[in-house]
Each structure stands twice: as structure tokens, then as C-alpha cells.
Design a binder for this molecule. Structure first.
Ligand code: ACO
Length: 462
């Protein structure tokens, strides 16, 4: 199989949100702290009929309905999440409810867990299955989602929620480029969830930011070196002489990051620009890069002044290559596992027609605390003899954007606090029946109907 990638997608947009500007007043922080300091406009909130399974069931069930793919045509289903509701039973097994009536239990894959990285691990698994000797010719599906919530305090405005389902297969309009992928993994306590009775993570915010930045440095250096090596070995075996194939920011139409809040995505782009400056990449005039050529990346992680300088110098690159991918993140917040994929979705609809996407390469950086991180690239292409096109992907994403722009309901920060407090108080209480959610549900949404006294969860389709 060749050109393995994303054939179709379905996005979840929670019905409720809170305005970040109102949260600033409510939390008694200075005006602009969340909206300018973090770069966030709105934050998605989940109500009591939404849990991680209802989010995942909704996107998977919609993906099947919208694409017309029969459940029997799916041979692998991988889930990525860090919103755990069970220490043994995977969410994947809950999703098998959608297959049982269609007589298909032969579906490989289970859950992938490591903070925000699980979705990427799930995608890598799906791709590897299709490229392996065990592939039976059927599609793979990846479902990832999270409900990101924090206790009262400075981390709370960096919450959010989201989920998506991706149909993965060969001859795709968005292809994971083969041969080059960079990974950096390490043991760090930056963000973790050791307390099984708490809904909330333990966070060392500043350490998490430093860890993201140093993971970026390592992955980008590795990615650039590997790309160059692949190119060199490639050009030895082929007679075509290609000019320099150095990879740098100018190689990509978009550069997208794990986005806990939009300001960090801007700082991430600025950091990659610093990497390019130090390497004196050809797209940067010599008189600018000269000053930086002896900089040691490792000693600059906490240099705020340099960071501001890089943000200024890379502003235009940021506006071209990163900002178009931030629409969902700005308006929904951190979605954990699907975060970088929502950036990909936003970028895909930032171009009015599919033709404008043909041949364009996108660099992606996925980060999960603890930590696991990878950098890889996708390329958009015109497909031949395949019913899944870029235009169709754009239509699915635009449907979600319509819902985001016009069908959500604002709640006050007071109501948000109440929803979160209730979630804290009821998280282990059984039996449990959520309040009647009718006014928030759209046709096709799957929601939590009840939890019985043996902790078994029941879902229904609206
Ligand atoms: N107007 C404009 N900007 C402001 C204002 C204001 N009124 N007030 C503050 N700011 C700026 C600050 O100067 C700072 O800017 P800088 O980042 O350029 O230095 C920014 O707003 C953030 O303010 P801080 O006081 O530095 O940080 P805060 O205490 O709000 O914490 C943090 C931010 C660490 C991100 C916190 O929200 C958190 O812990 N979140 C969860 C962890 C997280 O998301 N980590 C990221 C990667 S790991 C993951 O995805 C979970």
C-alpha cells in the first residue's frame, strides 16, 4: 500500500463554552491575561451527559454515517486519550458497541495512553498496521479525545475539550510522509495524573513549557538531519541531481504544534526560527543570522528576552504558517490528544479550494507530558480513483466550524464552576443519571444515559 494517510475525518464540538475575557474578571486576574497572555478566546466545557466515551462514540458513529464505510470494512481501531475512566477496560472496547450489530469483532488495536501524545501513538500504530504483513486490506480508524480540566487557579483557563475520528488508509489525500520522523522521549514530572481519586492533573506549568521547548529543539534537529540523510542516500541511488535539500521552515506551507494555548504555538514557531537562525538557513539574510551563529540552544531555554526577540522576528512566518491552524484551539482550548490534529484541520480549511492544498507539506509536532514527543510531516495530494478527497475533508471540517461558530451556548464562569464542581462530586458516585440534556444535543450525538451500581455505563444516540 502507498500514500497511507487520512481519508476522512469527523470532529466533536462541545455545545458549551465560556468566554476567556469573562473568566479573567471572574478569576480576578489582570485584563488580557488569558486573551493576550495565553492567546485564548473561548474554552469548551463538557456537561454531565458527556464523558470521554460519549465523545468518542459520537465522532466514530458520525464518521461511519457520513462516509458510508461499513463497520465490516474496518480492521483496526486505535484510541488515544488521557481522560481515563477505567484502569483496565479500554475505551476501544466501549466503541465496539458500534460494530457488534454488524457482525464484526475482528478489529485490532486498543487504547494508547501518554498525556497528549496518545493520539499520535494511535496514528502511528494504524499506519504501521497498514504497512505491515498483517494488513488484511481493510481501513484503520483512529479515535482520540479528551476533556481537559484543571482546578481553580492559573491552569484553569488552559482547559478545553475535543475529539476526532480519522479514517486511515492508502491512496489518501493527506499522506504521512514516509522515511522521516523524529522522536524525543524522557522521564519528566511536568504534568501527570497520579491521584486516581482526582479529576485533575498535578502540573508544574513552567517545567511543562521548558519541556515542550527542549523537546522541540531535539525533534527539529533530528528531523532536519534525518531528512538530509534520506535525501543524500536517495540521490546516490537515483541519477537525478537535486539541489540542496536542507529542511527548514521555508520547506513547509504550515508548521503546526501541540497547542495547550495559542501563545505557546507562537513561541514554538519562534523557537524553530531560532534553530534556523543558528543554522544560518539560506532563507534568512546573512546580516540577521550572523549574530546568532555561535548560540548554544541548550542554554537559551529560559531566556525571556531572546524569546521575545524571536517572537518579533518570526511574526510574519507565524502568521503565514501557524496562525491559520489555530482557529479551533483559540475557540475551544486545549484538547490534549487531538490538539495538533485540530490545528491540521483548521489549516486545511484556511485554503478556500482543494487545489490550493495540492503538493503542500505540513510539519507537525506532537507533545505529551511525562514525556513523549514526535515531529513528522504530511503532504496534501490530489487523489486518483479514490472517493476520499481533500474537498470532502474540507467539507467535514467546515461542518464542525459551522457548529463552533453558530450552534454553541455560552455559559458564565459561575455556571462553569458549578459544572466542574458537580463533576468532582459525582465522578465516583453510582448509580448516576445525568440531567436531561435535550436542548444541547444535535441529531446523531451519542450521550451518557446512565451509570448503574456496577459502574457500567450506558449510552444512547439522540
Ligand atoms: N495582558 C497580557 N499578557 C499578560 C497579562 C495581561 N494582563 N498578564 C499576564 N500576561 C502574560 C504573561 O506575561 C505571560 O507571558 P509570557 O508567556 O510571554 O511570559 C503569559 O501571560 C502567561 O502568564 P504567566 O503568569 O507566565 O503564567 P500563568 O501563571 O498564567 O501560567 C501556564 C500559565 C503555566 C501555562 C498555566 O496555565 C498552566 O500550568 N497550564 C497547564 C499546563 C500546560 O498547559 N502546559 C503546557 C504544555 S503541557 C500540556 O499540554 C498539558
Amino acid at each position: 500500500p502507498s500514500s497511507v494517510g487520512i481519508l476522512a475525518c469527523e470532529l466533536y464540538i462541545p455545545a458549551l463554552y465560556v468566554e476567556q475575557s469573562k473568566l479573567e474578571t471572574h478569576e480576578n486576574v489582570s485584563k488580557g491575561k488569558n486573551t493576550i497572555g495565553l492567546g485564548q478566546q473561548r474554552m469548551s466545557i463538557c456537561s454531565d451527559h458527556e464523558d470521554i466515551c460519549s465523545l468518542c462514540l459520537t465522532v466514530l458513529s458520525r464518521l461511519l454515517d457520513e462516509t458510508g464505510v461499513h463497520p465490516q470494512q474496518i480492521g483496526r481501531l486505535d484510541v488515544g486519550t488521557e481522560t481515563l475512566i477505567d484502569k483496565a477496560k479500554s475505551i476501544k472496547t466501549v466503541l465496539m458497541q458500534l460494530f457488534v450489530d454488524h457482525d464484526n469483532t475482528a478489529v485490532e488495536g486498543v487504547d494508547n495512553v501518554n498525556a497528549c501524545y496518545g493520539g499520535t501513538a494511535a496514528i502511528f500504530n494504524a499506519i504501521h498496521w497498514i504497512e505491515s504483513s498483517f494488513w488484511d486490506g481493510r481501513y484503520a480508524v483512529v479515535v482520540m479525545g479528551d476533556i481537559a480540566i484543571y482546578p481553580k487557579g492559573n491552569a484553569r483557563p488552559t482547559g478545553g475539550a475535543g475529539a476526532c475520528a480519522l479514517l486511515i488508509g492508502p491512496n489518501a489525500p493527506v499522506v504521512f510522509e514516509s522515511g522521516c520522523r523524529a522522536t524525543h522521549m524522557a522521564h519528566v514530572y511536568d504534568f501527570y495524573k497520579p491521584n486516581f481519586t482526582s479529576l485533575y492533573p498535578v502540573v508544574d506549568g513552567q517545567l511543562s513549557i521548558q519541556s515542550v521547548i527542549s523537546a522541540l529543539d531535539t525533534c527539529y534537529t533530528q528531523f532536519c538531519t534525518k531528512s538530509q540523510m534520506n535525501h543524500e542516500s536517495h540521490s546516490h541511488t537515483h541519477t537525478t541531481t537535486l539541489t540542496s535539500r536542507e529542511v527548514n521552515l521555508s520547506t513547509f506551507a504550515a508548521v503546526l504544534f501541540h497547542t495547550p494555548y495559542c501563545k505557546l504555538a507562537q513561541k514554538s514557531l519562534a523557537r524553530l526560527y531560532l534553530n534556523d537562525l543558528i543554522r544560518a538557513c539560506p532563507y534568512i539574510p546573512n546580516n540577521i543570522s550572523e549574530k546568532y551563529k555561535n548560540f548554544d540552544l541548550r542554554t537559551t531555554i529560559n531566556d525571556k528576552e531572546l524569546e521575545r526577540e524571536m517572537v518579533e522576528q518570526s511574526r510574519e512566518l507565524y502568521e503565514q504558517k501557524t496562525l491559520p491552524g489555530l482557529y479551533f484551539a483559540q475557540n475551544m482550548g486545549n484538547m490534549y490528544t487531538p490538539s495538533v490534529y485540530y490545528s491540521l484541520f483548521a489549516f486545511l480549511i484556511s485554503q478556500p479550494t482543494e487545489e490550493q492544498l495540492y503538493g503542500r507539506r505540513i510539519l507537525l509536532f506532537s507533545y505529551g507530558s511525562g514525556l513523549a514527543s514526535s515531529m513528522y510531516s504530511v503532504v496534501c495530494r490530489k487523489v486518483h480513483e479514490c472517493r476520499f478527497t481533500l474537498a470532502q475533508l474540507q467539507r467535514s471540517i467546515l461542518r464542525a466550524k459551522l457548529r463552533l461558530d453558530h450552534e454553541r451556548m455560552e455559559v458564565t464562569p459561575d455556571i462553569m464552576d458549578k459544572i466542574l464542581l458537580e463533576r468532582e462530586q459525582t465522578q465516583h458516585k453510582v448509580p448516576f443519571t445525568p440531567k436531561q440534556p435535550n436542548e444541547m444535543l444535535k441529531s446523531g450525538d451519542m450521550y451518557l444515559k446512565s451509570i448503574d451500581d456496577s459502574y457500567r455505563r450506558y449510552y444512547d444516540k439522540f
